[in-house]
Write a protein that binds this ligand. Sequence first.
Ligand code: OSB
Ligand code: MG
Length: 372
Amino acid sequence: MRLEQLELRRIAIDLVVPFRTSFGTETSRDVLLVHVTTDVGDGWGECVAMTEPVYSPEFVDGAQLVIRDHFWPVLASAGEVRAADVEPLLAHLHGHPMAKAALEAALLDAELRAEGSNLHARFGGDRDRVPSGVSVGIFPTLDELLAQVQGYVDEGYARIKIKIEPGWDLEPVRLVRDLIGPDMGLQVDANTAYARTDIDHLCRLDEFDLLLIEQPLPEEDLLGHAQLAAASSTPICLDESIVSIRTAADAIELGAAEIINIKPGRVGGYLAARRMHDLCVDRGVPVWCGGMLETGIGRAANAALAALPGFTLPGDISASSRFYARDIVTEPITVDDGHVAVPTTPGLGFELDHEFLDAITTSVEQVRTEHA
Ligand code: OSB
Ligand code: MG
């Protein structure tokens, strides 16, 4: 394809319930959508960068700038490009995996649509539906937490993940385990809120038969995670730490990652996410697909990724309604019998609801590229 136009569109979309993690509370998302027009058609990608750099160094204004001023000029002047060329063409520009992932996703959407194909077919996942887990935030009271969890159990989710932080761990986990019973999958995510000095404390979670503890320690602390993994009988899963195939391989070898949460935005794109899956399968490490509160664009593509055979644990691929009253796609993801259907519509697997998209658009920036 030859790239003709870049559109950077920002939307404001409210969450149905505030989402609190150890790094802060979100009540709405300011989402950057990347829309590319090429000589074979157009495509859309969603950037998962948040407003503030609290999950990783990226933030949405920075992502927009680096795509517009640094990434797009390289790709637009490269002549014929395929989605698979994005990563190598931008490799000399350090970091910004979420921005790169969004641009690559837009090219992938355009390319697949032009081929009359979709991401599920491209990846070759062997399932047409994937188990759906739900990520539950921190609440002002335990009663509110339990009421939310009960609602998700009633909706049929296949597993529950609750956010923890110092002061909100053993008691909420005990109560949620009692509520959902011994057979339902339960896991916790600390988003780096603990320190190596908390290893003994974190081992007290062992009695609750959790599927995993996600990213308890700071992202750079691979050795601390290895020490915790050796001490704890609950498997340690990394999220924030795993920023590349190399960190994944090293964390596995160190014994710091017994399970890996794969997020396409964090690792630089869906194609890199697929390669990380392949590495983990090769090393015998289970993976699951994480989420970043995506709209229907990102969630559709996540479901196609999660259909690959190494995704043996339920992902954070909840129904659109878990976060949004109305989505920007015409067929928002739903949970049926604890599962989400893997979309097979052309491209990444969604069609936009243009009327709603326009209604919640807060800015549009366009860059045209004239080819000689
Ligand atoms: O750590 O997995 C995380 C959302 C934003 C940033 C980080 C995380 C999360 C979630 C939400 O847990 C998962 C989802 O999108 O359903
Ligand atoms: Mg996480």
